[in-house]
Write a protein that binds this ligand. Sequence first.
Ligand code: ZN
Length: 549
Amino acid sequence: MNCLRIASTLLAVGLVALLGAASAAAQSQNRPKLVVAIAVDQLSSDLFAEYRPHFTGGLKRLADGVVFPSGYQSHNATETCPGHSTILTGARPARTGIIANNWFDPSTSREDKQIYCAEDERVPGSTSGKYTVSTYHLRVPALGDLMKRTNPQSRVAAVAGKDRAAVMMGGYSPDQRWWWGGTGFAPDPSRGQPAQAGALVNASIARTLSHARAPFDLSALCGTRSRAVGVAGGGKPVGTGRFAREAGDSRAFRASPELDGATLALAAALQQEMQLGNGPATDLLIVGLSATDYVGHSYGTNGSEMCLQMLALDRSLGDFFGHLDRAGIDYLVVLTSDHGGHDLPERLREHGINEANRVDPTLNAPTMAKALAGRLGLSGPVLYGDGAFGDMYVDRALTPAQRQRVLDEAVRSYRTHPQVAEVFTAAQLRNAPSPTGPPDRWSLLDRARASFDPERSGDFVVLLKPRITPIADTSRGYVATHGSPWDYDRRVPILFWRKGMRPFEQPLAVETVDIMPTLAPLLGVPVPMGTVDGRCLDLAVGSDTTCTQ
Ligand SMILES: [Zn+2]
């Protein structure tokens, strides 16, 4: 190498370093003042695609931003708690430890052995039904924790229609955390003095609840969806609902657009009271909108109910963004979902999916356990499980030889059932590598591995065939659900929006665990190597990048 080459190389290196410094400085000046992270519970990619042309409000704004229509909750157990745990941690459930909404701990003295994902069962007197909300089971920090570690002046507030959404997205150290407590929002008592916003919004909710609600007007669009469908399993027909509500009926309030409206009202009030977005550091406002999930479970996804819910959500989000616009804040929005979902089998069959069906009730863990005990001449619970699929646990009170017989016989019984797609044992999952590559190409073993925690997962896991709805008894009000390893439950939209951001649409598959490593460099927040499963999605078009600090 001659001197000239060396000099020009040095110059080039210096120039690159200088450019790097300049862009780092520009980026720190260019950091948004507020990040708004929104999870719409059960907003599948399919639902988003169906209603996208009809959005005119907040969802229209986001749909015109940076759009990843195929974001994957890539794991097997597509439930609320695991799904929310991936969104702001960058980690799959195998790493967050949040493998399901409920799992079983055979070593606990609790009789039902059941543990709720967002509780601390060490609190004396707690049960799986009456629990203390906690981050105890979350194994990794969330974005807000990292922001505060980087700059303690960052403030974090979380509000959600479900405690587990606020806990799993809010992480260990939010300044305020609120969730729907039955007739109003409850503050997380571990987060210090509750904001006054909570009492104000709760008073307004109480006034609203004290009056009956007139049915929503069916727009022309939702009129085309309005048709009654009978439900097997004891449930009432669905498909024509318009959210009329009796005075004081808080359950009906919850399974309607009113819940999201109230949640966004509290989010806006918290922004105002805490002056989020007006401080010296970037703040984080986390919003969990749960009504879409309650509507989906109660009425399915293709009737007038979900149509009205989608249009109301779009309007409410538009109002909320309008509030932030008027406050003059430079904010960045990310919106996604904790899992997808699909319609009830009775209407799926009417809409061309002939094989859709409800689960055979003999697959339910307690029913299966009784049958196994009879066949093997054993007594006691024998097997624990939350329904007809997912993680199953062999009773630890049995002898090792009995446990092996139960495991072998249970795995054989599930595997040979015509509604079961696959059964994996803990040994199989323990030996499987952590999945890599695009999530739409993953095997079923990959998906189950991403949900596997060696301490908390079952002795085996049951995966039902596609289009089998794991609700046999609909008499308690839930007619449709999610939780499967199939793409209708895994695919969710991931939308980014900020004023002035150049829009693009990337249809290839990405993961919800990519969200945190995408946001962190934009905020100057370091993510230690090897602590996340996701990767940064470059939101800048052209030669710029948002993926370096
Ligand atoms: Zn959910």
